[in-house]
Design a protein around this ligand. Structure first.
Ligand code: HEM
Length: 400
């Protein structure tokens, strides 16, 4: 049961301010920064940790586990099937360490920097195609989704032609209304698809992550099953998030047109602008979920062993004690990069160099090529995603 003291943790944003966290959480952060909320229709309580400093204290502390198999773990769904080791965000060391280290080499900044010319070419091609189309154009369908999807396909060695198959199934993982059974089924279908691709790579190796995963299997670093699960996780994580960031950033910039010049001022300014957009939008609003393995005191509140914790990064990133005038989008903000939009601690986003590269290329290029870019209809008509763990827009009709 939820009550005034223990409200339900909700992903619903107010219609009047869809780019801001629900006002209740901002109020809680100011008045009762660590407080109990309920999830799963009131069946489970968990601590909501809303201040930036406390969020980092939780995420950086190994006493807070990500292992969803603990009974009472405040996971996204009550009937979540145990996901494979390859979904290593849901595991602690040593499983987490083994799985993550299989991939780190492919996501280091140096490797990702080498992808930049290819990302720029894809950006140009998509914008060329878009500008030749009849207006209005849905920016999600024509730009925000295909760009990261093409990039992750290229990096992994997955044929983009299959995008409808894997995008449809990826969407289930972030759908707050999906059942555990639907999530399990989507995972297994994607897994079967990737098992097929991995065996093709074994016969015809390429220069891609899937080929390297077959090498890891040969070296017995991971099992065949781990390799296909890791590939599923990357395929999903690689486009759901960045696609939402590109579309939502476009909305935020069109709402704050005075800021666009900062994005176009040069690479350093654009990089800072992207950090501020990551902070301001903090799309992973389902919150980062943890479970206390022992009693820990955070911000004066003792969280007992066996209790769950939710860290709503979108609320922590608007903490006025850490960011001046936090509800204001300020692309020149000096400390924007301190945000926790990519998490913090050992689970901090593995794909952040890639996400940054995509956003730093795509957003300035979009506004440079289309200086007259604007919404095709009123802001109030934008269809924001409801009850999805990663926030975004369903579609974004634009003209220029
Ligand atoms: C703007 C885009 C993105 C955002 C906002 C984002 C956000 C996050 C966050 C908040 C976490 C931490 C989860 C936790 O602590 O429980 C995370 C983890 C992760 N992300 Fe991202 N992500 C983005 C893009 C990507 C991309 C492009 C990829 C990869 C191809 C990726 C792969 C991963 C992986 C593998 C993890 C798990 C890391 C671990 O548990 O060690 N992400 N991401």
């Amino acid at each position: 049961m939820s009550s005034a003291d223990t409200p339900a943790y909700s992903l619903t944003r107010p219609g009047t301010a869809p780019l801001d966290p629900p006002p209740l959480y901002s109020r809680l952060r100011d008045e009762k920064p660590i407080t109990q909320v309920t999830i799963w229709d009131g069946r489970l309580s968990a601590w909501l940790v809303t201040r930036w400093e406390d969020a980092r204290a939780v995420l950086g502390n190994p006493a807070f586990s990500s292992d969803q198999s603990h009974p009472g773990f405040p996971g996204q769904h009550p009937d979540m099937p145990p996901l494979a080791h390859g979904f290593f965000a849901n595991y602690d060391p040593p499983i987490h360490t083994t799985m993550r280290s299989t991939l780190t080499r492919d996501f280091i900044i140096k490797r990702i920097s080498a992808l930049r010319p290819g990302i720029a070419r894809t950006t140009t091609r998509l914008l060329d195609e878009m500008t030749r189309s009849e207006r209005p154009v849905d920016l999600v369908e024509r730009f925000a989704l295909p760009l990261p999807s093409l990039v992750i396909c290229d990096l992994l060695g997955v044929p983009y032609e299959d995008h409808e198959y894997f995008q449809q199934r990826s969407r289930v993982f972030v759908d707050g209304n999906a059942t555990g059974q639907q999530i399990g089924q989507a995972w297994e279908e994607l897994n079967a698809y990737l098992v097929g691709l991995l065996s093709t790579k074994r016969r015809n190796p390429g220069v891609d992550v899937l080929t390297r995963l077959t090498e890891h299997v040969d070296a017995s670093t991971v099992t065949e099953r781990d390799a296909s699960d890791l590939a599923v996780f990357l395929l999903f994580a690689g486009h759901e998030t960045t696609a939402n960031m590109i579309a939502l950033s476009t909305v935020a910039l069109l709402r704050n047109p005075d800021q666009i010049s900062q994005l176009l001022a040069g690479p350093t300014e654009a990089a800072n602008a992207v950090e501020e957009l990551l902070r301001f939008l903090s799309i992973v609003h389902g919150g980062l979920r943890r479970y206390a393995l022992e009693d820990v005191t955070i911000g004066g509140v003792t969280i007992s062993a066996g209790e769950g914790v939710i860290v709503p990064v979108h609320v922590a990133n608007r903490d006025p004690e850490s960011f001046t005038d936090p509800d204001n989008l300020d692309l020149g903000r000096a400390n924007a990069r301190r945000h926790v939009a990519f998490g913090y601690g050992i689970h901090q986003c593995l794909g952040q160099p890639l996400a940054r590269a995509e956003l730093q290329i795509a957003l300035p290029e979009l506004f440079r090529r289309l200086p007259g870019l604007r919404l095709a209809g009123p802001f109030e008509d934008i269809s924001f995603k409801e009850n999805t763990l990663v926030y975004g827009v369903n579609e974004l009709p634009v003209v220029w």
